[in-house]
Design a protein around this ligand. Sequence first.
Ligand SMILES: [Zn+2]
Length: 315
Amino acid sequence: MISIISRFFPQSYIELSRLLMRLEPTHPSKKDFEKKFYQIEAGYFGEKLVDNTLLEVKFPPHCCTLTDVHLKIHDHLIIQMDTLIITKKYLLVIEVKNIVGTMTFQKHSGQTIRTLDGVKTPFECPIAQINRHIQALEQMKLPLPIFKAIVFSSNRVILENIPMDEPIFFRKNLPSFIQDLNQKEDRINTSQFNELIRRIQSTQHVVQRKPLCDRWRISPDSLIKGLLCKVCGNILKKISNKTWKCTKCELIDRNPIDHNIDDYFFLVKDTITTAECKDFFHLSSTHEAYYMLKKSNLSRLNFARKSVYQKNIEV
Ligand SMILES: [Zn+2]
C-alpha cells in the first residue's frame, strides 16, 4: 500500500506563474502564455487525480512510485514520464491525459483528434508517446517486464476508436488493471530491487533551464519592475526602513527580497549584481540593494571589484 505520493508543481508552471504576474498586461503574447499556463495546470491536476486513484490499490510491500520522472537513457535520449511504478514483479509507465471533449484515435496516422464545441484540434498520439518511453526503458535492459497505461483523468472526455490492444483507461478503471499486475510472481529479490531503484535514480536527469525571457525571446523591458506582494502580486510600497506594505491587500512584508528574487532568476538571468537588483526592484540606492542581497539566502561570487549573487546550489 502506498500511503502518500509526492508530486510537485512542475518548474514550467512556477516560471509561467511568475511571468504572468510580471508581464505587462498589453504584451502581445500574454494570452498565449496564459493558455500555456492553464494547460500545464490542467495536466498537473490530472496527474494529482491519478495519484489519488493509485492510493486505492493494494501494492506489494516492495514498491516505489516516481512522479514526473526525467531519465537520461544516454546523451541523446532523455524521456519524461508522468509516473513510473517499480515493484519486484514489473515496471509500469503511466501517461496521464487531462483532456475534455471527444478524443478520436487514428492509429494509422499517429494522431489523436480532440473535438470540443465543434472545433477539431490534433494532439500527439499518446500511444506513440508512451511506446517511445517503453522503447527507451528497454534500452536500459532492466530485469523486469515493462507495462504501460494511458489514463484519461477527466470525467468529461469521450474516447472514440480506441485500438483494442492498447491499455487506455478512464481513471476509475486503472486500479483493477494494476491489481491484475500485482498478482504476478516476483521476478527479482529484495537486493536486486534495491539495486534497480538505485540504478533508475542514478539515471534521473535534472533539467537545466535558461531564464524564460531568453528561451522565449521576451524583452525584460516588458516585465513589471519593483517588489511585488507575495499574496496578490501588486506593488509593495516602502513604509519604513525595514517594512513594505502592499498597495492593494495591505500585507506587511519585512523581507520582500527572498520571494521576489526568484522572479529575476526564473525570468531574467541566473545571477544578479547590486546595480541590477536596484534597477529591477526599484530600490532607492545601491546601498539598499547591497544590504538586501547580503541578507538574502544567496551565494556571493566575487569577480574583480564586482560581487555577483546567485541561488545556492542544493546538493
Ligand atoms: Zn497584496
